[in-house]
Design a protein around this ligand. Structure first.
Ligand code: NDP
Length: 479
């Protein structure tokens, strides 16, 4: 046995991760892929890398030092289960199987439980950063047992992205915690992309600026509070000119956004946990709305405002949009961290929220300086019930709320859709409200379903005899 780590699955992600591992001092990497040509190809293309190519699971296991450690990078779902089954035939108690694919966290919980019974450790690990991240340094979110982290920690630290001197990896929590956190990362990513898209749309429609001019605005924004990978690439995309037509590429791309499902999982999980993650959910719905051309009434079927809106002062409008974007982004991240907090409580994970923000500063798609503020907020108050109530974010929201309201009002009056800007504002005002009309909803529920209600002035559970004399009775608590 000569390899200290193995990779199973050598499509783009697995090959790049294997190359990343092999490039670090002290690593020798056993590689295996179901179709042998991928293994041969990788070895032939990269003679510089310390690979041990293997062509059966037996050979793969025999080439690994104990405890054997294998990272699976195969198509999530049935592929993952098939590889685990094969590895369990050749691995021994104490060995470690890491699933780096995009697994649904509940699958990871199930797999961890089943694999643990064999004595082998199973670690579900979120990997963010796409192909380039896998090769040069991803943000890594491993779950699994403490025992496995002892072996995995140094290896993963050596290949992760580095942000401000720290590797972007931590032992997130037990069993499915890593994949859970990766899922929420993607949900936040959906919202972050959508608020950027809304900002672009508002500026373009209200000021008539060209995509190239708006690219300059984003490049400028990238030097301030909004500095992030997504803002940076937005400028690049907007500046791109189509070679065939000489038009801005953004005008040539079909306006139907695809999705691979992780944003939807985040919204679904938020609903299951009862967490109001409206910005993230709206971002998912915005993509689904875009991708149903048969539902989009583009030919004036549905009436809109009589006149198009034109900003009187373009520069002032752009600044208001920037502030609205910043405020909506704070809401999206706040909601995302609230989902992680609720998930940790529900599934019994100990997750350090500040460290999660820290490991997203490098390697991953939502990497941004802004994440330091989240780490600081949780360092000051680890039990913050709502992230955006931390002083830094409260001040940022105080400074941006007037512009945010103005932009949402303008968007509504002028018929420019801004689903995440506006739903985030509604969420913000919902949290601020002293009293909510939820009281009326409780009254309605009691009326039609005898669902009972609480009173503000005394303890107990009550019901009004709506179809009787409408007197109130104390309800017997059946729980
Ligand atoms: P794919 O998701 O396209 O999967 C292809 C790989 O899976 C091939 O190596 C294939 O082997 C293998 N495979 C599929 N079914 C089986 C099976 N039943 N038994 C054994 N091997 C099987 O590869 P990617 O590299 O794009 O992604 C790998 C994983 O990483 C996925 O789970 C993906 O969701 C995740 N991921 C991807 C990111 C990205 O940006 N692309 C980012 C982060 C995670 P064969 O060659 O024999 O067909």
């Amino acid at each position: 046995a000569t390899a200290n780590i193995g990779v199973v699955g050598l499509a783009v992600m697995g090959s790049n991760l294997a190359r990343n591992l092999a490039s670090r001092e002290g690593n020798t990497v056993a590689i295996f892929n179901r179709s042998h040509d991928k293994t041969e190809h990788l070895v032939a293309e990269h003679p510089e890398a310390e690979f041990v190519p293997t062509f059966s699971y037996e050979e793969f296991a025999a080439s690994l030092t104990v405890p054997r450690t294998a990272i699976i990078m195969v198509k999530a779902g049935a592929g993952t289960d098939a590889v685990i089954e094969e590895l369990l035939k050749v691995f021994e108690p104490g060995d470690i199987i890491v699933d780096g694919g995009n697994a649904l966290f509940t699958d990871t919980i199930r797999r961890e439980k089943a694999v643990r019974e064999t004595g082998v450790n199973f670690v579900g690990m979120g990997v963010s950063g796409g192909e380039e991240g896998a090769l040069l340094g991803p943000s890594l979110m491993p779950g699994g047992s403490d025992e496995s982290w002892v072996t995995l920690g140094p290896i993963l630290r050596s290949i992760a992205a580095v942000a401000e001197g720290e590797p972007c990896v931590t032992h997130v929590g037990h069993d499915g915690a890593g994949h859970f956190v990766k899922m929420v990362h993607n949900g936040i990513e959906y919202a972050d992309m959508q608020v950027i898209a809304e900002a672009y749309d508002l500026i373009r429609r209200a000021t008539g600026k060209t995509p190239a001019e708006i690219a300059d605005i984003f490049a400028e924004w990238n030097t301030g509070d909004l500095e992030s990978y997504l803002i940076e690439i937005t400028a690049e995309v907007l500046r791109q000119v189509d070679a065939d037509t000489d038009k801005p590429l953004v005008d040539i791309i079909v306006d139907q956004a695809g999705a691979k499902g992780t944003g939807g999982w985040t919204a679904q999980t938020a609903i299951d946990l009862g967490v109001p993650a409206s910005g993230i959910a709206e971002a998912v719905f915005a993509r689904s709305l875009s991708s149903h051309p048969e539902q989009r009434a583009t030919t004036g079927v549905l009436p809109g405002p009589a006149e198009e809106f034109t900003a009187f002062d373009a520069d002032a409008f752009v600044e208001q949009v920037r502030l609205a974007l910043y405020a909506s982004k704070i809401v999206a991240y706040s909601q995302g961290f609230d989902i992680i907090r609720a998930g940790a409580a529900h599934y019994g994970w100990t997750i350090d929220l500040g460290t999660v923000a820290a490991i997203w500063r490098g390697g991953c798609i939502i990497r941004a300086r802004f994440l330091n503020r989240i780490t600081e907020a949780y360092a000051e108050s680890a039990d913050l019930p709502v992230l955006m109530t931390a002083p830094f974010f409260r001040e940022a929201l105080a400074a941006s709320q007037d512009a945010w309201r103005a932009i949402v009002a303008t968007a509504a009056a002028s018929g420019i859709p801004s689903p995440v800007f506006s739903s985030s504002l509604a969420y913000y005002d919902g949290l601020r409200a002293g009293r909510l009309p939820a009281a009326l909803i409780q009254g309605q529920r009691d009326f039609f379903g005898a669902h009972t209600y609480k009173r503000v002035d005394k303890d107990g559970t009550f019901h009004t005899l709506w179809s009787g004399d409408r007197s109130e009775v104390e309800a017997v608590d059946t729980h």
